[in-house]
Ligand binder design. Sequence first.
Ligand SMILES: CSC[C@@H](O)[C@@H](O)C(=O)COP(=O)(O)O
Length: 363
Amino acid sequence: MKIDGVHYRTIWVADDGWSIEVIDQTKLPHAFQTVRLRSADDAARAIKDMVVRGAPLIGATAAYGLCLALRDDASDATLNEAYQMLAATRPTAVNLKWALDEMVKAVKPHGHSVRVDAAYAAASKICDDDVEICRRIGENGLKIIRGHAEVKPGKTVNILTHCNAGWLACVDWGTALAPIYMAHDAGIPVHVWVDETRPRNQGASLTAFELGRHGVPHTIIPDNAGGHLMQHGQVDLCIVGTDRTTATGDVANKIGTYLKALAAFDNDVPFYVALPHTTIDWTLDDGVAEIPIEQRSAREVTHITGRTDAGEIVTVEISAPGSAAANYGFDVTPARLVTGLITERGVAAATREGLLSLYPERR
Ligand SMILES: CSC[C@@H](O)[C@@H](O)C(=O)COP(=O)(O)O
């Protein structure tokens, strides 16, 4: 993604050749700032505090977190300790565990003297692969958007998305947003309904920022508006991301996704989920029962951060003082509500057979 003419990934090795630089997503859209991570603790804090977020980027950051740990001490004990600490940062996105496991596979066979180099090479590969995977997801999703454009020639294709599954959630491109960028670049008229995505407003702050920088027409809507828009024919399709997809096609994504899927089902609006293979948890069959759902601080519900007209960033309380608040980070959309899974290998039905047709090596 280009910001002020410069192409940025969301994570990279800094000029010193070892520390890791990331875009501070807690400051967007008001300020574009980067942050240096110099230790595994820094990486864990960045994930926990959502300086970086989005399933693929969480995985990439954890991978570099292991590199930073091994720089201090390349022993198995440090590797295990850093693995446990990073794995515990956020429970829902399975990409985190996937990336850490990939790192261990790449590092463990080596003697201590070459482990650091092996780790950086593996983390860099995770990032490069993610970019290519997201590009392919974009190409596969583009075909779906093109299909919608063909049945309404000259008219705008309206797409609803929830949370942020764009460039900022990955290393580049994004999952749900990649097809949209490609459609826009191909000259297909698209417009995106952007759910604001309470409580942290990743839609209003991050998705809208990304789409705006890329010149994609979009409108931020309150989370509850989607059903109304669907009833009035103003949504052609939904595309969202996912943090964990079961082998049977259930998808966990940002809280509120399930309600959008229900509304889409009721209104015959296709509901697609875009994902890299790293988001599939082949060990799970029942998403509602088995996917761990993160619960975050109630303060994210009771308080909100924004910029005043004077340009000051402030956090204010928005709820009745003293009331309890619950902050479930994700919900699970059952496979029966999902029209299709857009992956780097093609589009599959949200069923075990559908997924296995794309990933036959998992049979
Ligand atoms: C390609 S990112 C997919 C998901 O990680 C995304 O949709 C999402 O829900 C992100 O949640 P977040 O809590 O901001 O990390």
